[in-house]
Write a protein that binds this ligand. Sequence first.
Ligand SMILES: C[S@@+](CC[C@H](N)C(=O)[O-])C[C@H]1O[C@@H](n2cnc3c(N)ncnc32)[C@H](O)[C@@H]1O
Length: 257
Amino acid sequence: MLPPPLKWAGGKRWQLRYLQPLWKSHSRRRLVEPFCGGLAVALGLEPRRALLNDANPHLVAFYRWLVRGLQIDLPMENDEKLFYAHRRRFNALLEAGDGASHEAAALFYYLNRTGYNGLCRFNRSGQFNVPFGRYDRIHYRRDFTSYRDAFAPWIFMSADFEQVPLERGDFVYADPPYDVEFTKYEKNGFGWTDQERAAERLAHHRGPVVLVNQATPRIDALYRKLGYRVEYLSGPRRISCDGNRAPAREVLATLNL
Ligand SMILES: C[S@@+](CC[C@H](N)C(=O)[O-])C[C@H]1O[C@@H](n2cnc3c(N)ncnc32)[C@H](O)[C@@H]1O
């Protein structure tokens, strides 16, 4: 099994042991991920056919280079000066409309590995503004040709999840940004109406659906109201602001399974 090539917030590798039994008898279907993020699930389930979407165009541009057998020849070091030089160059490419170039994909990988927590954040004018990460050691991969065969039969797209064209028999795994209650800010611009939009759209799908989220009371109520079968999982431990290390409670909601 190939490891996810990037660090990505909300990686669901830990869910594979729950997903594998659900996927097993459907593995001839196409896997559709409207929020594919770091690809932990597709790389773990290894579907023959897949449609993988994420609203982040830089992420998808990087994956499209993996389909072409990416090799990186940029200098890559865990060095603050080099990090900011590469960040400036990446932003210059975006500004020039060259965000889908080979160089931008290589820089995106380097910035993801070297920047703070693997974050992918942009300021109002569209400039990547994640600071240097201060890791002790980083392993950089230069040769991504081993991803080429795995990715070859998969289709990648970058759009809002509602644009993802579903076919009747698709097996959908949907992992939207977590619902965060009691905050004024929408996480990644994904607010409550987007949570409703996602749950409602997938409730109309005829094939199997797995929809996961943080187990907030309103998510629980929404998914039940729409007819999903709801189970709870203990997510990986996260340190909350009061230092409490309780595992996050997660919802795994299914339809037609
Ligand atoms: C929780 S992450 C998915 C993580 C993934 N399952 C993994 O294991 O790495 C949610 C993803 O949704 C994407 N996203 C946010 N809003 C979106 C939208 N409106 N349509 C599609 N994708 C969106 C984000 O860019 C992010 O990568």
